[in-house]
Design a protein around this ligand. Structure first.
Ligand SMILES: Nc1ncnc2c1ncn2[C@@H]1O[C@H](COP(=O)(O)OP(=O)(O)OC[C@H]2O[C@@H]([n+]3cccc(C(=O)O)c3)[C@H](O)[C@@H]2O)[C@@H](O)[C@H]1O
Ligand SMILES: Nc1ncnc2c1ncn2[C@@H]1O[C@H](COP(=O)(O)OP(=O)(O)OP(=O)(O)O)[C@@H](O)[C@H]1O
Ligand SMILES: NC(=O)CC[C@H](N)C(=O)O
Length: 576
């Protein structure tokens, strides 16, 4: 039976690093060629990295991307390469170049431009017209489309199928959110079955500021059956053999597959026809593997690890530093950092105050020892006493309040930033999504830092992730006390978070409804939550917008994260 061998090149690109991206593409192209691929597909905007954002406003950047494309095209041979790049006429286009034999043989321009959630493509790109061409690869009609194009049931893939495409290639930069990999898989299986065409989906992997790309490239046959799937969160070369015979047969049996009157022209890009004499698909090894999907907590954990590693490495940091309090948040951040870049590059600092409990110090020490990281103690009492003394004349006659608590948090921020300045270490922030939501963090204090690893993880989930990480470790990597003691900021004697905030078990579902589902306070109350608590919490969320705008970015792992995904006015009088 004739078959086409396709390589989905799941690579980690670097936004703006055009030379580096050319090398990454060419390395994968060589590997695909060595694996005998007839076609190698690369992610969306692979040459610029995704999303390039306002780099696209610089004409010089667009020109450099075209030069990069020609460099890649010049290196192509018989194996056809489908590569994401920025095309230019009187407008910019998110495009895919079809390259072979040392040149660009055709260009497809993305038709469906996402402009919701974290996407702003209409800000930059003009729409492509509906597909203009099919590409003949070894005699097989192939359609090319880009990411969002595949999300429309009546979009380019349907048009390509109507014109007889036997295989459709969809190149992607599809960011991760919890539950999305399974949704994508269902949607793509339907798209393949409806088109009566095999579908190869290649996604990028890696991190870019707030976005994490999970990879998980896939191939389906014309029935929508999964043929192959790349592992998530790592680079991969997914080589899959597509049998051409059954596609043709299904077309004869299924009226959806009958050709329409107006056929797209077919452009020949590689001529040696596929034959029954081609070597058969490999039974095992790198060919056509179906990588298992991860359990939900593991998937979120690995996305956070990938986000952290990507941010640290792509921004050129050798090391990171974390204030380790013995609490759950900073503990989880330390473990994630070690998983991301290894213990030798992670430094932790305990900064006890006059209110710190003994167990906070000993829990922090124990965790640091378990992780094998460099750990030090810098007591903040001298600075704390000095600050109180300095402020005493101004504060005469006033009772101590939050002000004095925030002073401690800011001293810790000073210490971490001083270490960062002197050693070049990146400060990792430890705030979780629940705290970021209600503004339960001190501005210029514990909001300090360059990257906030768990900014999109609600506190109850932070605990769940910690328990699961210990389970995977097979021992108490995170000391049990850290997972079981009640959360406390220890900024005054015997302080507990749940004296100021509702218990996290009550708070987090309200935050989920208000932030991730965009429900109004009234709707949340109508759903059965306590009215007074909901009004208080949602007001806190609204009022903390100014604080979030000044806080560091962190990896998005839910369907709605703070940052570019949720753009609310700071000055906001709506109380729904
Ligand atoms: N709309 C607005 N636009 C711009 N700036 C605005 C503002 N509203 C207040 N501000 C400014 O922000 C200041 C208030 O913010 P900030 O100084 O942060 O102080 P604030 O939010 O009042 O207090 C910090 C909160 O975080 C809690 N905390 C602190 C440290 C650690 C933890 C923990 O367990 O994780 C919790 C603490 O218990 C308290 O509830 C105001 O004094 C004002 O300068
Ligand atoms: N004694 C301390 N030593 C070092 N860092 C501290 C100390 N106390 C607070 N921090 C830093 O400030 C952050 C805010 O911590 P805080 O104890 O106020 O509450 P939290 O948000 O529950 O965090 P955690 O669960 O990590 O304690 C901590 O995550 C940590 O990075
Ligand atoms: N780059 C894109 O077109 C991404 C949009 C798409 N719906 C996704 O998130 O996967």
């Amino acid at each position: 039976m004739a078959r086409l061998r396709i390589a989905a090149c799941q690579i980690d690109t670097h936004v703006g690093d055009l030379d580096g991206n050319v090398e990454r593409v060419l390395d994968a192209y060589r590997a695909a060629t060595e694996a005998g691929a007839d076609l190698a597909a690369f992610p969306e905007l692979a040459l610029t990295g995704y999303p390039p954002d306002d780099l696209l406003l610089k004409p010089g950047f667009v020109t450099a991307n075209l030069e990069a494309l020609h460099e890649v095209a010049a290196a192509t041979g018989d194996c056809v390469a489908v590569i994401g790049f920025v095309d230019l006429d009187r407008d910019l286009h998110n495009a895919a170049a079809v390259c072979a034999g040392g040149e660009v043989r055709g260009v497809y321009r993305k038709c469906e431009l996402p402009n919701y959630a974290v996407f702003d493509e209409l800000r930059y790109f003009g729409r492509g017209r509906q597909p203009e061409t099919l590409y003949s690869v070894r005699g097989v009609p192939v359609g090319v489309s880009i990411c969002e194009d595949a999300w429309s049931p009546t979009g380019p893939i349907a048009d390509q199928a109507d014109s007889g495409a036997e295989v459709v290639i969809n190149i992607n930069a599809s960011p991760y959110a919890e539950g999305k990999p399974a949704r994508r898989e269902r949607m793509l299986a339907t798209r393949a079955a409806d088109a009566s065409a095999a579908l190869v989906y290649v996604n990028q992997v890696g991190a870019q500021d707030e976005l994490v790309f999970d990879g998980g490239s896939m191939a389906f046959d014309a029935d929508g059956t999964l043929l192959a799937r790349s592992p998530q969160m790592v680079e991969d070369l997914l080589v899959v053999d597509i049998d051409i015979g059954p596609v043709y047969r299904k077309r004869l049996l299924d009226p959806r597959g009958r050709p329409v009157d107006e056929q797209l022209p077919v452009l020949e890009v590689s001529s040696t026809p596929v034959t029954g004499g081609d070597p058969p698909a490999h039974a095992d090894g790198p060919i056509a593997h179906i990588a298992p999907v991860m359990a939900p907590d593991d998937e979120v954990w690995e996305a956070l690890v990938l986000g952290t590693r990507g941010y640290v490495e792509k921004n050129g940091f050798s090391d990171v530093v974390i204030g380790l309090s013995g609490g759950i948040d900073s503990s989880i951040v330390a473990v994630l950092a070690v998983d991301a870049i290894g213990p030798d590059r992670v430094h932790t600092v305990a900064m006890p105050s006059r209110y710190s409990s003994d167990h906070s110090l000993s829990d922090a020490e124990k965790l640091a020892a378990n992780l094998g990281v460099d750990h030090r103690t810098i007591p903040i009492e001298p600075a704390h006493a000095a600050m109180l003394e300095m402020l005493a004349p101004s504060f005469a006659g006033l009772d101590p309040d939050l002000t004095e608590e925030n002073v401690q948090s800011r001293i810790r921020g000073q210490v971490l930033m001083a270490l960062s300045n002197k050693m070049g270490w990146l400060v990792l922030s430890t705030g979780n999504k629940s705290e970021a939501a209600v503004g339960y963090a001190t501005l210029y204090g514990d909001t300090v830092g360059g990257y906030a690893l768990i900014r999109d993880v609600l506190k109850t989930r932070v605990f769940a992730l910690g328990r699961r990480r210990n389970e995977r470790a097979g021992h108490d990597l995170i000391p049990d006390a850290v997972l079981t003691k009640p959360p406390s900021a220890e900024l005054r004697p015997d302080q507990r978070d749940d004296e100021t905030l509702p218990p996290y078990e009550e708070l987090d579902p309200i935050l989920h409804a208000y932030i991730e589902l965009d429900h109004t306070a009234s709707e949340i109350i109508a759903a059965g939550h306590d009215a007074e608590v909901v009004r208080r919490v949602t007001l806190l969320v609204d009022r903390a917008e100014y604080k979030r705008r000044q806080s560091p970015p962190g990896p998005r792992v839910t369907g709605k994260a703070f940052g570019k995904d949720r753009r609310l006015p700071i000055t906001n009088g709506f109380r729904g």
